[in-house]
Write a protein that binds this ligand. Structure first.
Ligand SMILES: O=C(O)C1=C[C@@H](OP(=O)(O)O)[C@@H](O)[C@H](O)C1
Ligand SMILES: C=C(OP(=O)(O)O)C(=O)O
Length: 418
């Protein structure tokens, strides 16, 4: 697909259909690291089609060939955050020397907390450009020097998941002390649950997680469909007058924290039910007057909810969004810019952000910028359900996690041109 802007319209207020979502990007990128560490004992099924997962797969294959060369191997993971974070730990166990790099934006996403923790354990990592940021020079074949390491928990949970993924493969194992508050906690739990599935046990007492040296057991990890991707179909149903969508494969017991969308969307009139053939979501009422939404455990849902609330002219307040500044873009700044195109805005008030909407709305034809962020494109496209026309710039950004997003919208009756 080219990245020519796409104009999106929906001819009615009704939506009814079945959408087969791709596998979870987060589960998939963990599963690939676990598969590599298990030396193939662990198999993976239903791997995500996300570009971030394709990138991770290719990077691991490249690293696997690095044994055959004395040269420093350049590993470029583009915009893939979990690939950057997880490989920053994994490469220390591989044979060879590596430069781990990514896009310009990736080189602005901090990684010093993880590098410092790895150096404490015995890693040989240097910064190629700016201290604290990628690109990184990593010397493989690490000899572990320490078992215990402390790491700050409120910047990115990916730093913790990265260390936990390699812990059982270290000769002393790892004792991880979490300093301060832990944000995005469900992702750490996902990491531990998937390790458990592969036979790696742990203890988690207060702020300390311990993993002893262990062997992975032969198993097959089945990746669940992506709940973050489901959130955009929830928004579409919420904006419909009559909406029923079936999302096969989504289960009530999920490793993904973004299952929180189920409860959040009840406040926008969307009911969920798990049936034999998957998750059924339907518009049942106009929702509630709930104002405060907390995203500490599910940061990737913030854009979905904020765009939806602004579109239906509902003032809400959000918390737990401090980590949004260092993701694919500064998501709070991007949201503010795009909301102001149709008479809404976001006002910071300490760690709470108030979404303010105005009575009168701007023209019904709006063009949204996406800031190299797949979630900006996917959070604003559903507004075509209530605006006459929504144009999304650089639409190819969706491939990062949901490459079929536009074709799925077409299949469900959206008129898309460009
Ligand atoms: O571990 C993961 O798979 C992820 C963790 C989250 O990042 P933070 O832990 O930095 O919030 C989330 O935003 C990202 O999309 C995926
Ligand atoms: C932040 C995200 O991904 P990552 O951090 O893996 O780039 C995301 O998918 O919203």
């Amino acid at each position: 697909m080219s990245s020519t802007p796409l104009t999106v319209r929906h001819p009615s207020k009704a939506i009814k259909g079945t959408v087969q979502l791709t596998g979870s990007k987060s589960e998939s990128n963990r599963a690939l690291i676990i598969q590599a560490l298990s030396r193939g004992a662990v198999k993976v099924e239903n791997l995500s089609a996300a570009a971030d997962t394709v990138i991770m797969n290719k990077a691991l294959a490249l690293v696997d060939t690095s044994r055959e060369t004395e040269e420093t191997v350049m590993v470029d993971i583009g915009p893939a955050g979990t690939a950057m974070r997880f490989l920053t730990s994994y490469l220390n166990l591989a044979e060879g020397n590596f430069i781990l790099t990514g896009t310009e934006r990736m080189q602005q996403r901090p990684i010093g907390i993880l590098v410092d923790a790895l150096k404490t354990v015995g890693a040989a990592i240097d910064y190629e450009k700016k201290s604290g940021f990628p690109p990184l020079k990593i010397k493989g074949g690490m000899a572990q020097e320490k078992q215990r390491v402390s790491i700050q928990g409120n910047v990115s949970s990916q730093y913790l998941s990265s260390l936990l993924l390699i812990a059982a493969s270290l000769e002393q194992g790892l004792v991880l002390e979490i300093a301060g508050e832990l944000t995005s906690k469900p992702y750490v739990t996902m990491t531990l649950d998937m390790l458990q599935e592969a036979g790696i046990t742990h203890t988690w007492t207060d702020n300390t997680i311990e993993i002893s040296p262990q062997e992975f057991k032969p198993t097959t990890i089945y990746v669940e469909p992506d709940w973050s991707a489901a959130s955009y179909w929830y928004a579409i149903v919420a904006l419909s007058e009559e909406g029923k969508v079936v999302l096969p494969g989504l289960k009530a017991h999920s490793l993904q924290g973004d299952i929180a969308i189920m409860e959040m969307m009840t406040h926008f009139g969307v009911a969920s039910s798990f049936q034999e053939n998957g998750l059924h979501i339907a518009k049942v009422n106009q929702g509630s007057d709930k104002v405060l939404f907390d995203f500490k455990g599910c940061p990737d849902l913030a854009q979905t909810i904020v765009a939806l609330a602004a579109a239906v002219r509902r003032d809400i307040s959000i918390t737990g969004v401090e980590t949004l500044k260092i993701k694919e873009t500064d998501r709070l700044s991007a949201l503010k810019n795009e909301l102001e195109k149709f008479g809404a805005t976001i006002v910071a008030d300490g760690e709470t952000y108030h979404v303010k909407t105005k009575e009168a709305y701007a023209p019904n034809r709006i063009t949204f910028d996406t800031y190299e962020d797949h979630r900006m494109a996917m959070a604003f496209a559903p507004l075509a359900m209530i605006f006459d026309e929504v144009t999304i710039n650089d639409p190819i950004v969706v491939e990062k996690s949901y490459p079929d997003f536009w074709s799925h919208l077409r299949q469900q009756g959206f008129l898309i041109s460009g």
